[in-house]
Design a binder for this molecule. Structure first.
Ligand code: FAD
Length: 183
C-alpha cells in the first residue's frame, strides 16, 4: 500500500490546498471527473461565460427601452460552446499536467472510496493510505445516504446518524454565533 502524508479527494477546492508549503510532503490528489472540479469545468466559470452571451442577446430588448434599436440576428451556439470550452479545457489539462509533473504530488484518476481508517481504494486494485485526508467535495453533504456510505465504506445507518449529529452541532453553533452578532 502506498503511503502519503496527505490525501485529497477532489480537485476543485482540493487542488488549491496544495502550495509550496506542502513541498516537503507526499501528497495524493484523487479525482474521478475532470481535473479542476465543478467551478472551473461546469459551474461558476462556464455559466458566467454563457450568461454574458445571453446578456448580450437580451440587451437588444432592453436597448429599445432606452431608445436604441439593435437587431438580434441569431445565436451561433457552436461558437459560444467552443469559445467557452476552448478556454476551460486547456486550463483543466494544464492544472492536471502541472500536478503530475510535480515531484511531491501524485494524481490518481479514480473514484476514491474508504476501505479502512485513512485508507482509500483508488481503483485498479490500488489502495493508498494517508496521515491526513481531506474530502474536498462540496456536494458530499448532498449525496444520498447510500452513496455517502459507499464512499466512506460504512454501513448507511452509521453515516446518517453521524452526519445528522454533525449538522445539528453546526446549526447550534451558527445559531449561537448569530445571537452573539445580534447583541
Ligand atoms: C452552474 C453552477 C454555477 C455556479 N456558480 C457559482 C458562482 O458563481 N459562485 C460560487 O461561489 N459558486 C458557484 N457554484 C458553486 C461552486 O461551483 C461549488 O460551490 C464549488 O465548485 C464546490 O467546490 P468543491 O471543491 O467543494 O467541489 P467540486 O468543485 O465539485 O470538486 C469536487 C471534485 O471531486 C470529484 N469527486 C467527487 N467524488 C469523488 C470521489 N469519490 N473520488 C474522487 N473524486 C471525486 C468530482 O469529480 C469533482 O471534480 C456554481 C455551481 C454550479 C453547478
Amino acid at each position: 500500500m502506498r503511503h502519503f502524508d496527505l490525501c485529497i479527494v477532489g480537485t476543485g477546492s482540493g487542488n488549491s490546498i496544495v502550495d509550496d508549503r506542502f513541498d516537503h510532503l507526499a501528497v495524493a490528489l484523487v479525482e474521478m471527473g475532470t481535473f479542476g472540479g465543478t467551478c472551473l469545468n461546469v459551474g461558476c466559470i462556464p455559466s458566467k461565460m454563457l450568461v454574458h452571451s445571453a446578456d448580450l442577446a437580451a440587451s437588444t430588448i432592453h436597448a429599445t427601452r432606452l431608445g436604441v434599436d439593435l437587431d438580434f440576428r441569431g445565436v451561433r451556439w457552436r461558437e459560444i460552446r467552443d469559445r467557452i470550452f476552448g478556454r476551460i479545457d486547456p486550463m483543466a489539462a494544464d492544472g492536471r499536467g502541472y500536478r503530475q509533473r510535480s515531484d511531491n504530488v501524485t494524481v490518481f484518476d479514480a473514484r476514491a472510496r474508504f476501505v479502512g481508517p485513512r485508507e482509500l481504494d483508488v481503483g485498479a486494485a490500488e489502495t493508498i493510505a494517508g496521515d491526513r485526508l481531506v474530502i474536498a467535495l462540496r456536494h458530499f453533504e448532498q449525496l444520498g445516504e447510500h452513496e455517502m456510505a459507499d464512499v466512506l465504506g460504512c454501513p448507511p445507518g452509521t453515516v446518517k446518524s453521524r452526519l445528522a449529529r454533525a449538522m445539528a452541532r453546526l446549526r447550534e453553533q451558527l445559531a449561537s454565533m448569530s445571537e452573539e452578532v445580534g447583541r
